[in-house]
Ligand binder design. Sequence first.
Ligand code: SF4
Length: 233
Amino acid sequence: MRRMASALAVLNKEVVICTQCPRLVAYREQVGRERRRAYRECEYWARPVPGFGDPQARVLVLGLAPGAHGSNRTGRPFTGDASGKFMYPILHKVGFASQANAECRDDGLKLVDCYITAAVRCAPPDNKPLPSELANCAPFLDRELRILKNVKVVVALGKIGFDAYLNYLKRNDILRSKAGYAFAHAARYSVPNGITLLASYHPSNQNTATGKLSAAMFEAVFREAKKSAVSGP
Ligand code: SF4
């Protein structure tokens, strides 16, 4: 446990000072300088956002990227924005989070048997990272997945998170082809490394406000994740 936690701490120290993607460095800092009116008094994090959670987690949540005024402001995944307001109460209900609210890094929230990370660790304009930015950030995901040895289930939020995991499998010669792995909400795959891959629509405001993703649909994915973490693929 301690070894995993310290390996993650070393990794995350490197993540937070990364400047490999000039476009994203410029954007994350610009957002932090200009600030949304509601957060004018807040000091924005405006750096890469490291993964967060239980180093012994059996369930990994793989998202897209920090939100410009969410985790790019608070420094913790899905914290301080609409996506987190939708997601954390469900994680809490299912037993993966110690509390339902996630406002800031020191709000006391702890994840239980769950770790949250993202395909890209800097906020991209319009939530759209470039392929080159996904490629730059991929080695951080590879290292994270090597450290998180207890992971049995990956919950991919959105197609970019889903593809990021399939690309990880390909890079590491675990998967030859992505054919046969189609993204769909609640899709479930057993991948050759023994992991259960679950797909979910991303809990973005765009999906939740329009009803494309309901709380019941999202909860069902995490209940399935819990079951699969215990029973295996
Ligand atoms: S997206 Fe990833 S690789 Fe690019 S600057 Fe941010 S942390 Fe570095």
